[in-house]
Write a protein that binds this ligand. Structure first.
Ligand code: ADP
Ligand code: ZN
Length: 719
């Protein structure tokens, strides 16, 4: 039924939305919808759920009806679509009767591709409503925030229950339900209550790789926040605080320090609240200090940081709030200031709840505390909390960044393991490490000082070797005896590493701390600011938020690649055909002027088309080959390497031959010049390039197999 090839879908994505690639599970979801299957799409906030129904809406013949619970969000989404030249409209209680009838007329005339409807607009048993929908000839129903139908979810909305009859009314029309809700009960509930027919279910990972997590001790929190906010003065951010009073206090102090910040909490009247929210959407206020009441309706893609001045009540809330950062996929920070005092305060609040609820809340708070005090990767903790496996190292949280990095440790581990073996598996970590580091101490036996492995590990500090021993023990690559004198022994797993049969990645402690350090983006900051200001002008003229024109990452690409004309502009992410024709000229003018003033030219050729076929990857050396090379470079001969590693000399020859062939290893380190000449001429005269034995017979005993093998590799390379 689906007649859309992937190529066509990519083209449509670029044409309507200006994006080069689908994210996560967008593509299979869209294919499922276009195949007229009922579909349940579960993706974290900010991952890009909207495209999953918006793109099909553009390709299907009739109208797509989108049910969405949040009026503010609805307007935003429609604005964003209109900014892409797409016919979209909404119906909700915020509109006048007149506006509503105009939208209805437009829809009935077939002038609208996407119609957003608030659930309260659907009367429970109203035949007339469904008759109206039928008159629009719908092709697809999209139920956004579908967890609202479940009383298990954290945001149950009874009006959503009206959707239970949708499939009965329109059995032939596919429904796509979308949610960011992670829990299984809610997911099942959605399927049941919407009566989805054999739904295709797509669950994406909840990891948000562009959000960096930092937990800092709460000492002089305001001072740190002020410093951070000032350093990021061009960025938008949200600062969460627990009480209304403290939002006002923090916003006031920021204001005094010259930061344009506003506060937001549930104690303000509705008008004031939406004024602040809209000002933030339009970048008029860059910083909002808010209680958690703020954010449900926020669909702002360029929130660069979320700061928690106080600890959250539970991990769900924390994750949802931090998830409001970085919806555009650019690096964003989530910083929480933690103190045990806050936990104690929250505990007292909870005691006022009804006992059953209080017990659950206490447990959740306890886990929040555990998370804040966790000595390990923050992201791993979060992912495991949501039931996903995740490695112990993410590289983008305060713990990983300040103390760890993951490295290929195969070669160093092999040195350690061979030291254990060569000294007879009779010593503890202390001796082995001293031996490895070539300690002159008399404690090291004289015979051991004669071994080739003695002093082979000088490049690492004592503590680094200790850390490695701990990890090898922890991951069970070596065993420890429980005797009076603890000794280290290899086990089967350890031997595999030593023989190079498996590689080893270990998380290693890092020397330098670099928490919260910026990654330098390579683009022209001044041009970026110029572009940002034309964008603001256009946004003001059109009364839309700036990021609706194009998001920040599109401006960054412009400032990086300096496109000169409309064709080049097509390569910039975020510029669909409509936006190119509408805003392209203005941006190009700014770039042109800037480029002339600074003597720059287009760098668009550096932006590789994403779907280009990759050149076949160059084969890379395996860990075992590298291990051999490393030992060889340290001056250990082939026979000794073979013994040390428990491999045959022929295997070691093969390893080294690989590097001779790839010219990473100088042939003369293995064969003298004079011998090489003879070997090469012998090969030439016989024309024999695969077997060693006939060459060896001709060359005689003076030439070793190793030398002949290397000569042969060298010959193959140069010819
Ligand atoms: P969600 O509804 O899942 O929270 P949205 O649909 O609002 O997320 O999308 C979040 C942001 O990601 C939006 O700014 C959207 O335009 C952008 N986006 C979505 N899909 C893509 C894509 N394939 N490539 C680049 N940006 C995308
Ligand atoms: Zn981490």
């Amino acid at each position: 039924m689906n007649t859309y090839s992937r190529e066509k879908l990519h083209k449509a994505l670029k044409h309507f939305f200006g994006y080069d690639e689908f994210r996560l599970t967008q593509l299979p979801i869209i294919e499922s919808v276009l195949n007229a299957e009922d579909t349940l799409a579960i993706m974290p906030t900010g991952a890009g759920k909207s495209i999953c129904y918006q793109l099909p809406a553009m390709l299907l013949p009739g109208i797509t009806i989108v049910v969405s619970p949040l009026i503010a969000l609805m307007k935003d989404q429609v604005d964003a679509l209109v900014a892409n030249g797409i016919y979209a409209a909404f119906l909700n209680s915020s509109q006048s009767q007149e506006e509503q009838s105009r939208v209805i007329k437009d829809a009935q005339a077939g002038n609208i591709k996407l119609l957003y409807i608030a659930p309260e607009r659907i009367p429970a048993n109203s035949e007339s409503f469904f008759t109206f929908i039928r008159s629009l000839n719908p092709s697809l129903f999209a139920i956004d925030e579908a967890h609202c139908i479940s009383s298990w979810g954290h945001d149950f909305r009874p009006e959503y229950l009206k959707l239970a009859v949708l499939k009965k009314q329109f059995p032939g029309i596919p429904v796509i339900a979308l949610t960011a809700s992670a829990d299984k009960v809610t997911q099942n509930d959605i399927v049941q209550r919407l009566a989805l027919h054999k739904p295709q279910i797509f669950i994406s990972s909840f990891n948000r790789p562009n959000i960096y997590y930092f937990i800092q001790p709460k000492r002089e929190a305001f001072g740190h926040i002020l410093e951070y906010v000032k350093k990021h003065k061009d960025d938008c951010g949200i600062i969460y605080a627990l009480s209304r009073a403290s939002t006002e206090d923090i916003a006031g102090r920021l204001h005094q320090a010259g930061v344009k910040a506003a506060y937001y909490h549930a104690g303000m009247d509705g008008g004031e609240r939406s004024r602040v929210q809209e000002a933030f959407q339009r970048d008029d206020y860059k910083v909002i200090v808010a209680t958690i009441a703020f954010g449900m309706g926020i669909d702002k893609s360029n929130v660069r940081y979320v700061i928690h001045h106080d600890v959250s009540k539970n991990i769900e809330g924390y994750y949802q709030e931090t998830g409001r950062a970085g919806r555009d996929g650019l690096r964003s920070d989530a910083i929480l200031y933690y103190s045990v005092g806050d936990i104690i305060k929250l505990k007292r609040f909870i005691q006022n709840d009804d006992p059953k609820q209080a017990a659950i809340s206490q447990k959740k708070l306890q886990l929040m505390q555990e998370f804040c005090e966790h000595e390990g990767c923050r992201r791993q903790y979060l992912m495991q909390y949501f039931g996903e496996e995740f490695p112990a190292y993410c590289g983008s949280c305060d713990y990983c960044m300040s103390s760890l990095e993951e490295k290929d440790a195969t070669v160093d581990a092999q040195k350690l393991l061979s030291a254990i073996v060569r000294t007879g598996e009779r010593y503890g970590a202390g001796y082995i490490i001293d031996f490895l580091r070539g300690s002159a101490s008399e404690k090291i036996q004289a015979a051991h000082k004669e071994l080739k492995t003695y002093g082979i590990g000088k490049h690492l500090k004592k503590e680094e070797w200790q850390w490695m021993v701990q990890q090898l023990l922890y991951h069970k690559f070596i065993d420890k005896t429980d005797d009076q004198f603890v000794t280290l022994k290899l086990n089967e797993k350890g031997w595999k590493i030593l023989k190079g049969e498996s590689e080893l990645k270990l998380v290693m402690k890092k020397e330098k701390e670099q928490v919260l350090e910026e990654e330098e983006q390579e683009y022209d900051k001044q041009l970026f600011n110029d572009l940002r200001s034309v964008r603001s002008d256009m946004a003001e003229r059109e009364h839309v938020p700036a990021y609706n024109i194009v998001p920040d990452n599109a401006l960054i690409e412009l400032a990086k690649y300096l496109p000169e004309n409309f064709d080049e502009l097509k390569h910039i992410s975020g510029f669909g055909d409509y936006k190119i024709s509408r805003y392209g000229a203005n941006f190009l003018r700014v770039i042109k002027q800037y480029a002339e003033e600074h003597n720059l030219t287009s760098k668009i050729h550096f932006k590789k088309p994403k779907k280009e076929k990759k050149a076949p990857a160059k084969p890379t050396a395996s860990a075992t080959q590298k291990a051999t090379l490393e030992m060889f470079r340290e001056g250990i001969g082939v026979p000794e390497i073979a013994v040390l590693r428990g491999l045959s000399t022929a295997t070691i020859d093969n390893h080294l031959a690989y590097f001779v062939a790839s010219s990473e290893l100088d042939i003369y380190k293995l064969v003298s010049k004079h011998k090489l000449e003879t070997i090469l001429s012998t090969i030439k005269s016989t024309g024999q390039t695969f077997a060693l034995k006939p060459l060896k017979d001709l060359l005689g005993d003076k030439y070793s197999y190793t030398e002949i093998k290397m000569g042969l590799e060298y010959y193959k390379r140069i010819s």
